[in-house]
Design a binder for this molecule. Structure first.
Ligand code: GLY
Length: 403
C-alpha cells in the first residue's frame, strides 16, 4: 500500500512537472511561424543548389548570383545561416548541409592579411563548434584566432583591418565584430592575451572612432609607429562626417558583445549611447529600416536616393535583442528589435518561398557609392536576421523544433 502511494505521488509530481514545462513554452506568433517556414524552405533549397565554397553572396544587376569563394569576407555567412536554421528547426538535413558548407572553408585558417577572420570563421566554424561540440572544428578555429591576434599592434592598441589601400594602419568600425572570436578563443585555447587585445581594441576604438553624438566614423587611420590618429574618414558611407548605417549597427553589436564578455561598464554605456543615437535618429524611417546612410537625407549637392538597407536593420535587431538581456530596463530595446523583425518579416522584405534566388531577405545595400550591391539580397543580412530571430525566440521561450 505504501509503495503504491509513493508511486502514485511520484507519477503525479512528474506529470505536473511536464505540464508546467510545456506551459512555459510560448505559442509562436503567426508572423514567426510564417517566417520560419520561409527560412527553412529557402535554406534547404539554397544548400541543394549552391556548391560548398561558392556560397551565395548577393544578386548582380543582371540577375545572376554573386558567389563568395575564399577569401571573400562574406564566405562564412551562408554556412552560419545554415547552422542557425538547424538550431531553430532541429532539422538534421540542415545540420548536414551546414557541416558540408563549413568544412569547405578550411583554408581560411591560413588567411593573414585581413581582420575579417571573425566574420569568416566564427560565423561558420564557431557556430559549428558551439552547436555540436564536435572537436574536429577546433584546429581551424585555433589557427584563425592566432592569425587574427597577430594583427594586433600593442603600440597602436588596435587590430589592423586591411592590408590593401594607401592608408598607414586602417581600422574600420566593422572590426568590432571580430573581437567576439578573440574573446571566445581566449577561453577555448587558454590565451589570456587574446582577451587583452580584444578589450584594448574596444577601448581604443571607443576613444577614436566616435563623435560627440555617439555616431561613428567608418575608418580611422593610425600611425603604426606611434599610435597617433592620422585621419578619420569613411569608406562605404556618404561622406567622412556622415553616419553609415551598417557602421552604426556594427558598433552597437560590438560594444554589447564586449560587455557580455567582460562586464566592463564602459562597454555597456557605449552600447546604450549608440542605441540611443540609432533609435532616436530623426532620419530613421517609421518602419525602422534605415537608409544606407543616416545622412543621405542631408545630401544637398548629390540628390542621392535613400535606399533602405535591410542588412543594417538585421544587425541592429540582433544587437538590440542581446542588449535587452544585458541591462535592467531592456524592454525598450526588445520592443524596438521586435518591431524591426516584424517589418523584415513582412512581404516587403521577406522573400516568397522559391523566389529571391533562395536568399531570405530582399533590399540591402553593400556599398552605394561604389555602385556595388544596391537593393539586393545579401548573405550577411540573412545571417544577422536569422540570429535575431533565434534570439527573439529564446527570449520569448518559443520552440519551433520539429518532433
Ligand atoms: N564589413 C564590410 C561591410 O559591412 O560592408
Amino acid at each position: 500500500m505504501r509503495k503504491k502511494i509513493i508511486l502514485s505521488f511520484t507519477l503525479f509530481v512528474f506529470t505536473f512537472y511536464c505540464c508546467a514545462q510545456k506551459k512555459s513554452l510560448a505559442e509562436p506568433e503567426q508572423w514567426l511561424k510564417k517566417t520560419n517556414e520561409v527560412i527553412h524552405y529557402q535554406l534547404i533549397k539554397a544548400a541543394e543548389i549552391y556548391k560548398p565554397g561558392f556560397n551565395p553572396r548577393s544578386v548582380n544587376p543582371d540577375g545572376t548570383v554573386r558567389l563568395a569563394p575564399l577569401p571573400d569576407w562574406t564566405a562564412g555567412f551562408f554556412p552560419g545561416s545554415l547552422w542557425y536554421g538547424y538550431e531553430i528547426s532541429g532539422d538534421k538535413k540542415l545540420e548536414e548541409q551546414a557541416q558540408r558548407f563549413t568544412l569547405s572553408l578550411d583554408s581560411a585558417r591560413y588567411i593573414t592579411n585581413t581582420h575579417d577572420l571573425g566574420f569568416l570563421l566564427f560565423c561558420s566554424y564557431g557556430n559549428a563548434y558551439r552547436i555540436t561540440g564536435d572537436k574536429q572544428y577546433l584546429p581551424v578555429l585555433a589557427d584563425g584566432a592566432k592569425n587574427l591576434f597577430a594583427r594586433f599592434n600593442p603600440k597602436v592598441g588596435v587590430i589592423r583591418s586591411w592590408d590593401f589601400g594607401d592608408w598607414h594602419y586602417p581600422v574600420i568600425i566593422d572590426n568590432m565584430i571580430n573581437l567576439e572570436y578573440l574573446y571566445w578563443a581566449a577561453k577555448a585555447f587558454n590565451r589570456p592575451l587574446y582577451t587583452n587585445a580584444a578589450s584594448t581594441h574596444a577601448m581604443t576604438t571607443l576613444k577614436n572612432h566616435f563623435r560627440k553624438d555617439y555616431s561613428s566614423y567608418h575608418l580611422v587611420d593610425y600611425d603604426p609607429a606611434t599610435g597617433k590618429v592620422l585621419k578619420k574618414m569613411t569608406h562605404q558611407g556618404l561622406s567622412d562626417e556622415s553616419s553609415w548605417a551598417r557602421g552604426q549597427a556594427w558598433g552597437l553589436y560590438g560594444y554589447t558583445m564586449c560587455y557580455q564578455n567582460t562586464k566592463n561598464p564602459k562597454f555597456i554605456e557605449q552600447a546604450e549611447h549608440i542605441a540611443s543615437f540609432i533609435m532616436n535618429n530623426p532620419h530613421m524611417p517609421k518602419d525602422k529600416i534605415p537608409a544606407w546612410d543616416f545622412d543621405v537625407h542631408n545630401a544637398l549637392e548629390t540628390d542621392l536616393p535613400a535606399i533602405k538597407d535591410a542588412s543594417a536593420a538585421a544587425v541592429m535587431a540582433s544587437a538590440l535583442l542581446e542588449l535587452s538581456t544585458q541591462v535592467k530596463d531592456g524592454q525598450k530595446y526588445f520592443d524596438y528589435a521586435a518591431s524591426i523583425l516584424k517589418t523584415l518579416s513582412s512581404d516587403e522584405y521577406l522573400a516568397k518561398p522559391g523566389e529571391n534566388h533562395f536568399f531570405i531577405l530582399k533590399h540591402s545595400v553593400g556599398a552605394f557609392l561604389y555602385d556595388s550591391e544596391i537593393n539586393t539580397p545579401l548573405d550577411y543580412a540573412d545571417y544577422y536576421y536569422l540570429e535575431a530571430i533565434k534570439r527573439y525566440m529564446e527570449i520569448k521561450h518559443v520552440n519551433l523544433k520539429k518532433g
